[in-house]
Design a protein around this ligand. Structure first.
Ligand SMILES: Nc1ncnc2c1ncn2[C@@H]1O[C@H](COP(=O)(O)OP(=O)(O)OP(=O)(O)O)[C@@H](O)[C@H]1O
Ligand SMILES: [Mg+2]
Length: 1005
């Protein structure tokens, strides 16, 4: 362990020793942060040894090995078993697997544990089949040597997530359900057979001949599992595609222009009788192979020769493997053909092309691609000089292509070039150059990673062009989604969105998402169509087939880059370099490489001025990286990123709240609730008021809801922090006019606080204050008053009469008392509040402005609008100076001022103020907020008084609708607003009558 870690351990031990002396409470409080730090240090250290990964697990077991004991003595058993396991191990290793454990008579091997490859599942299954075959050989051996009638194994494979490394046996440690399921596959396989799960099968469909079995149940797994017995590897020639949805052919969507490019290149090759090449570049699954297949379909195969070659994930290990693939496919030399047969086929196939040269170039080419011509007189001598051999062999290969073009144009299609071995790439380049004057079209497909090592793959000035495949656009994505879901009678919007949004224009991802939804029972495939189970739609995971592809991509990165991606994944799908640096400063250095390798993209405009914004190339990549991180490493990362955002979200006053702070608050919430819910809850409560007073309600509303849920889950439903969160939820809800949410939340908070904290606690007072506001919002001023009075009383006692919170309460009380018509009392209360605020905060403080507005409002209501006007104007001046232009507090002052001016019959001055108040509130509050109604009423009254009865009626109607929603249809405010509307309509009617009476037809103004 690191030095820091050791010191922490020592400090913890020292504190523990003093527990008796200091008491539990003190020691536990002091230990909590130290323990967290220690856990983080341990996590950071252990992540290098431990990881969560998708792997394929192979179990092998000798059938009835105990029966062997009756016939053989222990030494003989040991010899038989050891010999067999040794050979089995070799088979695992040749398939790039690793044996983790030997049981007495079997073993556990894992594939993809160190460096994942896209063919890990295939390798595991091939190894399983290989071992079964090997066991047959062993059987005849033991029969002869020990007279043992039977020696059989059974094998099982399953693919899934497992925790690798860590613990006492870190090298061979593997944990998780995946291991149990694989073991169960083996145990339930018939002797001499290999059983695999559907999860493994989904990776290799088309590569093996299998027989589906009746589902079997596995301990610890809820649903019975679909499984298959593997018969054999499907011969190459009979292989169907592994991609697409079984039993469905989706037509190609989009890509018309790309197809035209290929067809035009073919046309030009023939017309000009010159060599051309197109390299199609695109990420995994964007449809390169599909495009090529469609192109191939469009060719008339009688008029050209078609050559095809394909590299595999492990091609790099086989020199000239791609070239060999081209030749052997062309000459139909099978994978399993005996060496002599393969050699005969080569000579017979190429003979007609090399009539002049005889067998020499054929033998040399054969030797290059790994057939054995070493003893050929044409080869033997050459082999002494490797460079010379290669030069001659390349000449032979290029000549082979050239000679083919003598009879017909040649189209050479090479797929998955990014996996090709260097020798083959070099040859291809050579052959293209050499054959630029004959009709040879090469269409080559690759992922962008080819260019990491071969930046100059496309030679300048040649007829070699690059065709980039982009993700499908929104319209095509939708079209493909509809095509894939054609069997669903009515596709729910959420389902389509899940597929199109989740896949971000990648057809392969879309297919895999649909397949996963079928596997997960979200889509039920029935004979007469597919049914969707909407309630299951929410659980979306990354399809295991994509996990394989993405994991292989990740494993190809260096550990520094991989680590940087992990840290970035903690920051989020979108991340910022500075937030990343907060977890690990060196991670930022890896960003240029990750950009180049297209794991991440950079956004031009950042939300935060001083940082650069990045995003993962797509959501699934982010999800898989995040999902495969260990919990403790994730928590540790969230803690650091949370601290980074917290520092940016902390403000000293509502005036400092701006868009950036709001975003930081949301980010801090997202991270800290995952790292340390309790610490987050109290921090958030401390920040809440400033944001609330700045009316940052759009930001707060979702955060308060989630904080309540978080507190309930982590701290319990009756915790004081839960009560605070509930009160904050209610405050945000009241501000948005959602009294139906607010009231029950407040009643719950109050019950907790009165019981746990007592009636005279500031928390209790706050809840009462909010409850008063809630009643007020419902138009029930009588119920609000006692709440405010109780809150005021507690605050005066606990916080003192001049505390800002006490004064805030005084202002509320003044307001409600004025609403209840007790004007003199309201005036006294509001003057008191104003006086203290002016004295303590000064005349320029926004809080003083609020007190001014309240007093102005009371005076206006008392029938003294002339006295109110200067107060309101003073308040407005302060607010306009210190607050942002559309702060709702300015709206209040504007509105009261407008009302005062209206009462003074200065309508021209009043109208723009009332309209501005309406505008501000409409921006801040939901459309059915009562204040919006009040502003509408003011404008309506002014319009009516200024002779525009038509608009007045419309505005009054809108106001009445809002008030009906807020207060209910019976409320007095609704009645008076409807009266306003009626009188506007009456005015209109009177006017119309007068006009028709006079016979004048006035144009509307
Ligand atoms: N435009 C398209 N319309 C309909 N289906 C498509 C389209 N493009 C690709 N597909 C389907 O998506 C799947 C993935 O496509 P494909 O195998 O061609 O991708 P790729 O680019 O060759 O990927 P890789 O790099 O892994 O080889 C296939 O099943 C293919 O049929
Ligand atoms: Mg492909």
């Amino acid at each position: 362990m690191s030095e820091g870690g050791k010191q922490l351990e020592a400090a913890i031990a020292a504190l523990e020793a003093q527990r008796a002396l200091l008491g539990d409470a003190v020691v536990d409080t002091a230990l909590a942060p130290m323990r967290r730090e220690l856990a983080a240090a341990r996590a950071a250290e252990s992540t290098t040894h431990q990881e969560l990964k998708q792997v394929s697990v192979l179990f092998v077991d000798v059938v009835e090995s105990t029966a062997m004991g009756q016939r053989l003595d222990p030494e003989e058993i040991h010899a038989v078993m050891d010999g067999a396991l040794e050979r089995f191990t070799l088979i695992v290793q040749t398939h790039h697997g690793r044996v983790l454990k030997y049981t007495g008579d079997g073993m556990l091997a894992v594939f993809g544990s160190q460096v994942a490859s896209e063919d890990d599942v295939e390798s595991a299954i091939r190894a399983g089949l290989g071992i079964i075959e090997e066991a047959l050989l062993q059987a005849s051996h033991v029969r002869q040597k020990y007279d043992l009638p039977k020696f059989e194994v059974r094998a099982g494979v399953h693919t899934g997530m497992a925790l690798l490394g860590g613990g006492v046996d870190t090298e061979s440690s593997i944990r998780g359900d995946t291991v149990n399921v694989a073991a169960r596959m083996e145990q339930s396989a018939p002797p001499g057979r290999l059983r695999i799960t559907h999860d493994s099968y989904s990776h290799v469909r088309g590569l093996f001949d299998v027989v589906e079995q009746a589902p079997i149940s596995v301990k610890g797994v809820a649903q019975p599992l679909r499984t298959y017995l593997v018969e054999r590897a499907t011969p190459e020639a009979l292989r169907a595609t592994t991609r697409g949805i079984e039993g469905m052919q989706a037509r190609m969507v989009g890509r018309e222009s790309e197809l035209k490019v290929l067809q035009a290149a073919f046309g030009a090759t023939i017309a000009e009788r010159r060599g051309r090449a197109v390299t199609v570049v695109g990420e995994a699954g964007l449809g390169k192979s599909r495009l090529l297949a469609e192109f191939r379909q469009s060719l008339d195969l009688r008029s050209c020769w078609l050559l095809a070659g394909r590299a595999h994930p492990r091609s790099a290990l086989h020199s000239y493997g791609l070239l060999r693939d081209i030749v052997t496919r062309h000459l139909r030399i099978g994978e399993w053909d005996a060496a002599a047969l393969a050699e005969r086929k080569l000579v017979a196939g190429l003979g007609p092309l090399f009539v002049e040269e005889g067998e020499a170039p054929i033998h040399i080419l054969g030797q290059l691609i790994g057939l054995n011509f070493a003893t050929s007189p044409h080869v033997e001598e050459l082999l002494r000089n490797e460079r010379q051999f290669k030069a001659v062999a390349f000449d032979a290969g290029a000549l082979y292509l050239r000679r083919l073009t003598n009879s017909r144009p040649v189209v050479m299609m090479l797929d998955d070039l990014h996996w090709a071995d260097d020798g083959s790439l070099e040859f291809v380049r050579f052959a293209l150059r050499r054959n630029s004057d004959v009709p040879l079209l090469s269409v080559m497909l690759t992922r962008p990673s080819l260019f990491e090592q071969n930046a100059d793959w496309i030679e300048r000035g040649s007829l070699h062009t690059r065709l980039d495949l982009m993700p499908l656009d929104k319209v095509c994505s939708r079209e493909l989604a509809d095509t894939l879901l054609q069997r669903v009678a009515e596709v729910p919007a959420a389902l389509r969105a899940l597929i199109t949004d989740g896949a971000e224009g990648n057809p392969f991802y879309m297919e895999e998402l649909v397949k996963m939804l079928i596997d997960d029972g979200v889509i039920v495939a029935e004979a007469d169509g597919w049914r969707v189970m909407p309630d299951k739609l929410l659980v979306a995971r990354v399809p295991p087939t994509l996990t394989g592809v993405l994991q292989a991509r990740l494993d190809a990165l260096g550990s520094r880059e991989r680590n940087a991606l992990r840290q970035a994944a903690v920051v989020g799908h979108i991340f910022w370099d500075q937030a990343l640096a907060a977890i690990d400063p060196s991670a930022v250095d890896a960003l240029p490489a990750l950009l180049r390798k297209q794991f991440v993209v950079r956004h031009d405009s950042a939300t935060f001025d001083d940082t650069h914004e990045y995003a993962f190339q797509h959501h699934l990549l982010h999800q898989i990286i995040y999902d495969t991180m260990l919990k403790e490493a994730r928590r540790h990362g969230h803690e650091k990123v949370g601290a980074f955002w917290s520092a940016r979200a902390e403000v000293a006053s509502p005036q400092e709240v701006n868009a950036v702070a709001c975003r930081a608050l949301a980010e801090a919430h997202a991270h800290r609730r995952l790292a340390d819910p309790a610490a987050f809850a109290s921090w958030f409560d401390a920040q809440f008021s400033n944001y609330y007073n700045a009316y940052a309600i759009q930001t707060l509303r979702p955060l308060v809801q989630s904080t309540v849920e978080m507190c309930e889950r982590h701290l319990g439903p009756n915790h004081v922090e839960t009560a605070r969160a509930l009160t904050n939820l209610a405050r945000a809800a009241v501000q948005r006019g959602e009294t139906e949410t607010a009231e029950p939340a407040l009643q719950r908070a109050l019950a907790i606080q009165e019981q746990v904290l007592g009636a005279h606690h500031p928390d209790t007072a706050r809840t009462l204050a909010v409850l008063g506001g809630c009643f007020q919002g419902r138009g029930d001023d009588a119920a609000a008053e006692p709440c405010f009075r109780r809150a005021l009383e507690v605050r005066e006692r606990v916080l003192g009469p001049e505390h800002p919170l006490t004064l805030g309460m005084l202002v509320h009380l003044a307001h409600v008392v004025s609403e209840l018509g007790r004007m003199d009392e309201a005036e006294v209360l509001s003057r008191r509040a104003l006086c203290v605020r002016e004295r303590t905060l000064g005349p320029e403080a926004p809080e003083t402005a609020i007190a001014l507005t309240t007093l102005g409002e009371v005076l206006a209501k008392k029938g003294e609008p002339a006295a109110a006007e200067p107060l309101l104007r003073r308040a407005l001046a302060v607010q306009q100076k210190h607050l942002t232009a559309d702060n709702p507090d300015i709206g209040f002052t504007l509105w009261h001022l407008a009302e005062a001016l209206r009462n003074l019959a200065r309508l021209g001055e009043a109208e723009p103020l009332a309209r501005r108040a309406l505008e501000i509130w409409e921006r801040h509050f939901r459309p059915d907020h009562e204040w919006i109604a009040f502003a509408l009423i003011s404008v309506s009254k002014i319009r009516l008084a200024r002779g525009d009865a038509a608009e007045a009626a419309v505005l009054a109607e809108r106001a009445a609708q809002v008030l009906t929603l807020v207060f209910g249809p019976e409320h007095a405010e609704v009645g008076s607003t409807l009266k306003l509307k009626t009188s506007a309509l009456q005015t209109l009617q009177n006017r119309a009558a007068a006009e028709s009476h006079e016979g004048i037809n006035l144009a509307p103004d």
